[in-house]
Every structure is written in C-alpha cells, then in structure tokens.
Design a protein around this ligand. Structure first.
Ligand code: AMP
Length: 367
C-alpha cells in the first residue's frame, strides 16, 4: 500500500499513472490476490498467527480498542512540538485560504477577538459554499467582487443565502479522552475537532490545537502494541462503503462533483473509466486549489482539467484490496498523509471506499 506520487499527466485512461502500486498485504507478500478465507497460511508477520486472528470475533476488536481510546487523552496525541494555525474572524477569506494552502492544512480554528472566544472552524465546506454561491449568483462580476471583500465572520451570511445549515461550534478539552473526542467527530461527521482550553484567570478560551481523525488513527497505529487484533482482512471486517458509490468520469464537470460532495456529504469521488477502472480521485483538497486560483467562473471545466491543477507534491491515490488487513492499512496511515483508501480488484476496478471516518467508526463502540 505504499503511495506513489501522482505524475499529474493525464494520458488517456491509463490508470497506472495515478494509482499506488498493487498493495502487498503483510499476509500476502507476493501481492497476488488470494482468497480472503485462505490467507492464514501466508502469514509471515510478527505476533500474528491464524489461531490468534480467528480467536477474536468481529465485535471483540472494536470493544478492546474503544476501551483503549477511553484510556488516552486528546493531549496524548499532540506531538511534543507543533504549531497551531488560528485565523482571526476579521481576516479576508482569500487571505485565510492562502494561509491554509501555504501551511498545508485543510482547515483552521477561527478566533473571535472581540469576545475572546473560539468561533468554529474554517473548512473546505466553507469554500464549497462560496463556489456554489458564486455559481448560483445572477451576476458573476458582483459575486466575484463580493468574494474578494469577504471576511471570515461574514461567511455565515453566505450560508443563509444558500439555505445550508450553519456549522455547529464544537470543540473538546485537551484532557478529554480520545473516546469522547472520537464520539463527537463520528456523531457530527467531523474530520477535525478543535481542542480548546480555558484561561484559568480570565475564563477566556485558549485554542490549543486541532485533533484530526488522521492523528487519532496514527496514534493508535503507532502505539497500540497488540498487532494481532489487526490481522483480519477487509473482506471480513466490512469496513467502508461498497454500494451506491458516487463516481465521476474524466469529462464530468467539476461543479457536478462539488454538488455531489454536498448532496452525499462525502469528501472524495473516484474518477473511473467506462469499465469502472479507477483513474484518479477528485477530493476536497482539490476544491481549495480551485477556490485559491479564483477559478469560480470556470466550474464547468472537466475533472481531467481540474486535476492538472494539483501541486507537484500531491501524495497520490492510495488503493487497497479486499485481502489487505487492518494492519497493512494502519501501516500506511502511520507512514503517510492518506485520507482514504480506494478498494480495487486486481484489474483496478472500483469495489469500494474506506475513509478514515469508516476506520474510526469501526474502532468505536458507543456506550
Ligand atoms: P468521508 O467524507 O471520506 O469521511 O466519507 C464519509 C462516508 O462516506 C464514509 O462512510 C465513506 O465510506 C463514504 N464515502 C466516501 N466517499 C464516497 C463515495 N464516493 N461514494 C459513496 N460513499 C462514499
């Protein structure tokens, strides 16, 4: 499941330019797809044996891991040294967007200086709202001028005009358990959650950091030592979505994909060819690039063209197979900035999607 950088060259429909190489399950080092029922005799992993794997029923693993999440604090997940990017609510949205892209982050907490309060997160959803507002506006020039002048605190006005719900202002305390933070993220379908403390003297909010699904899973992947819990393959675990997948083709207009993000509440759409072979993925971070380039007037451009705007250091598309284990998935999460795995068969045909939210939900059992 090692990632290969996307070459960013759209040459016909040759998916090999965009996909990670076929994944090598630790239980299947040859990379040759195996019958998931029959993988145990291929095991070469430390601590893992067929008997150990099979002795755990499917609910036991989430139960044990939920217990683990209860014992860890949000604070534990934070690196020893980190920077927190916080945006003043009076900042122009276009400057905020440039700051996010420059710092390689997809969202940041907003600070209301007048009230000395945390005021929610600026996320890709805000930029999607802007794009939809622009697209639906009767005058392009007027909308563009408005967007140029728009400050973060005025984004709520755009939401009202679009009739979309205002995002709730939610946060966790750094000393809350990872279980508690995960519950908030799963219930509200949040990829990121601000960690906010209180100044003991003034009672004002203090924004500490942002907890992401990725950080929680990296933490579990790096620190949870009982690797035998992770030896079941995806085919058995049934983590992810395998039916009614939203897809697009290279010629789908980008505005249609953005509308799908909103209608389906998803953050990525696989781009497939006429044989359902995965060529690429259009994802939330691509929308930020469009918004940054001010490409509002050009939203009917095909996905193929929009994908060319990706930065050179784009991480690539991570794929996996049904016989990959949770352990190999965790290894990739630990080593890279993966947001999701596209599940493909041996011909790179699309089978499903495993998002970080699916994995976090799997680890989590509600009390
Ligand atoms: P995400 O927005 O990536 O966190 O995904 C949220 C949920 O939607 C997860 O259960 C995913 O498996 C599912 N999902 C993600 N992308 C798609 C898609 N293109 N089509 C259908 N479901 C999806």
């Amino acid at each position: 499941m090692n990632s290969k950088k996307s070459l960013g060259i759209l040459e016909g429909t040759d998916s090999s330019h965009y996909l990670t190489p076929p994944t090598f399950s630790p239980l299947n080092p040859s990379g040759i797809p195996t019958d998931p029922q029959n993988i145990s005799n291929k095991s070469n992993l430390e601590n893992i044996s067929k008997d150990e794997g099979e002795s755990l029923d499917s609910l036991q693993v989430p139960k044990i891991l939920s217990q683990y999440l209860k014992q860890q604090l949000c604070y534990d997940v934070l690196p020893i040294s980190f920077r927190a990017i916080v945006l003043d609510s009076g900042l122009l949205v276009k400057k905020a967007l440039a700051a996010l892209l420059q710092n390689g982050v997809a969202s940041a907490p907003i600070w209301d200086a007048a009230q000395q309060k945390f005021a929610g997160m600026l996320t890709v959803a805000d930029f999607i709202n802007l794009i939809q507002y622009f697209y639906q506006h009767s005058s392009y020039t007027e909308a563009l001028e408005e967007i140029e002048q728009l400050k973060i605190h005025a984004l709520r006005g755009i939401e009202e005009q679009l009739g979309v719900p205002t995002p709730a202002i939610v946060s966790a305390h750094p000393l809350d358990s990872l279980y508690h933070a995960s519950k908030i993220m799963i219930d509200a379908n949040l990829q990121r959650l601000a960690l906010v403390d209180k100044d003991s003297q003034t009672g004002d909010d203090v924004i500490i950091s942002v907890l992401t699904q990725s950080r929680i899973l990296k933490f579990v992947a790096s620190n949870y030592k009982e690797k035998k819990l992770f030896c079941q393959p995806l085919a058995e675990l049934k983590i992810g979505t395998y039916k009614n997948l939203a897809t697009a083709s290279m010629s789908t207009p980008v505005i249609e994909i953005i509308n799908t993000f909103v209608q389906r509440d998803i953050s990525a759409v696989p781009i497939v060819d006429e044989n359902n072979i995965v060529l690429n993925v259009y994802e939330h971070s691509d929308v930020m690039i469009l918004a940054h380039e001010g490409a509002f007037y050009d939203l009917d451009m095909p996905a193929e063209e929009a994908l060319l705007r990706r930065p050179e250091d784009f991480e690539g598309v991570h794929t996996c197979r049904l016989n990959d284990t949770l352990l190999s998935i965790f290894d990739t999460i630990r080593q890279s900035r993966v947001r999701r795995f596209i599940v493909v068969d041996s011909d790179d045909k699309l089978l499903g999607i495993v998002s970080l939210s699916d994995i976090l939900s799997y680890l989590f059992i509600s009390d």
